[in-house]
Design a protein around this ligand. Sequence first.
Ligand code: SF4
Length: 302
Amino acid sequence: MGRRSVPNVHLAPIEVARIAPRHPALGVEGEQVKPAMVEQGADTVMAGKDRGHGLPRGLDADGQPQRCMGQGPAVMHGLPGQPDAQRAAIAFDQPANVVDGNVERVMARLFAIETPLPAAKTEIRRRAAGFIDPMSDRHGDWAQALMDLGATVCRPGVPDCEACPLAQGCAARAAGTPGRYPLKVRKAARPHRHGVVWIALREGAVALVRRPDKGLLGGMMALPTSDWRDRPWSLSEMRACAPAKADWHLAGSVEHVFTHFSLTLDVYVGEAEVPGAEWRLASDAGTGLPTVFAKALQRGLA
Ligand code: SF4
């Protein structure tokens, strides 16, 4: 079979040095070969350049693609970092549906797809597949062109619609909202909770309690604290559930973020006797405490 050159290879970079030991049939012509591809049936691995991803262009001093020799399609199987569709389309010119993040963006805008990612992937793939012409002999060129379009023209943020060859048929452009696509699922806001923590002092020592074994921070030493709920605690509520009667005064509050919620703790300080507490010198009391309580202690003793 004759050789056919594809100048702008869009495969992820393959370092020939990594490949060669596993594929001894490969030899290198030229230096600094990094991204590589196999021309269909030509037994040639081409070095190339992905402008959109800033890889070296892989051209020699005469502007010719660097190349290394291989054994055609069989060589490419199992190469690292090469999605099958990209390999099939670009290396072997097969009618594969190449959909990377750039193509997703192009399709989402072209058809103004209202389904957010990742659920939109099915529709995006279907839309992209609709462009594959089984009669074409340039599947590789198409795949690269589409990915390049997404990387350089229909780029993230503000696309360059004036330079886009698909502008006439683009639904997002017609709507004037290309930057809106692709839609993404918004993460649920982290709930916020409120609690009270008491710093009970007795002769320079602080009362610590052990938390219940089950639940958040289970079994750890802590300052006495209220439930952590979705609304703030009033003064009367604070007094009602305090670990002891005392002249509690508000020393401030601390914020803390857990994986599933954020928390505001009001910090009350007072001289009090707390039954069953473990008393530690105030200067050492923060050692080993969970961060949220260490923060509260620091605030209360400041
Ligand atoms: S017209 Fe604009 S939004 Fe539509 S595909 Fe082209 S660059 Fe993307």
